[in-house]
Design a binder for this molecule. Structure first.
Ligand code: ADP
Ligand code: MG
Length: 231
């Protein structure tokens, strides 16, 4: 897992505790966790070229060590359908972020595949001082924030553990498919949980990990936003 060690080492050398989204997603990829296709652009022309290669529609996001919550800073624009929309959004993001925090260091703008809307799930990891790396699973939105319908297990996870974390949720019937909601690919979610477990067990310097949201599809799943915080 050379890429992961290199990324963590690079952040430490720069004195950063929070990995950038493209860094966190590159680590996910190395562990087999599916993420939206992405590239980092440093000009609006490059962003448009990247978008053409990734395929429309795309999402643009600010990449800055000083912006943790990107949408709060006006740093996320979704559903861009052609080169001129991409160039315009690129400029708008830089303007928004400058207004939000004039001192923010800009690394570039992330161009990524727009994931079709689906059932949103959340995978998290937190290093508990007593129990060590602990994995969390839940459904996105009100399920986590209002209903606190989440399950925790201490890592490392077996696939049985991972499957239980999913099937023991109160909201599990939604994942099995309910009225207008198609069934989610439980095996793909189980795989993401096991890979996340391996990722944090291999890398004890990771204090927190947050894959939020992950779009759960009938076939496969895709991580839309990834955050990793180091000790
Ligand atoms: P942050 O959490 O830092 O504000 P996100 O990357 O989570 O930024 O983007 C904010 C929201 O925009 C997401 O919760 C999601 O609803 C939407 N979004 C972001 N990236 C994508 C994407 N690639 N495909 C679809 N929706 C996206
Ligand atoms: Mg987010």
């Amino acid at each position: 897992m050379d890429q992961t060690a290199r990324i963590i080492g690079h952040a430490e050398k720069e004195g950063r505790k929070v990995l950038l989204e493209p860094e966190a997603k590159a680590i996910c990829l190395e562990y087999g966790i599916p993420v939206t296709k992405f590239k980092v652009a440093s000009t609006s022309e490059e962003a448009a070229k990247d978008a053409g290669q990734i395929g429309y529609p795309v999402v643009l996001k600010i990449v800055s060590p000083d912006i943790i919550h990107k949408s709060d800073a006006g740093g996320v624009v979704v559903n861009l359908n052609n080169g001129s929309e991409v160039r315009e959004a690129y400029q708008k993001i830089l303007d928004n972020v400058k207004r939000y925090n004039s001192k923010a260091k800009i690394v570039g703008v992330l161009v990524q595949e727009m994931a079709p809307q689906s059932t949103e799930v959340i995978v998290g990891a937190i290093k508990d001082p007593q129990f060590g790396q602990t994995i969390m699973f839940g459904l996105g939105g009100i399920f986590v924030e209002v209903l606190k319908d989440v399950n925790f297990r201490i890592a490392p996870l077996s696939s049985e553990d991972a499957k239980e974390m999913i099937t023991e949720l109160k909201a599990y019937p939604l994942l099995k498919g309910f009225r207008n909601t198609p069934p989610a690919d439980i095996d793909a979610l189980t795989h993401i949980l096991c890979s996340t477990s391996k990722l944090v067990m291999d890398n004890p310097k990771i204090k927190e990990l947050d894959l939020n949201p992950i779009m759960a599809y009938q076939k496969g799943a895709k991580t839309v936003d990834a955050r990793i915080i180091l000790e």
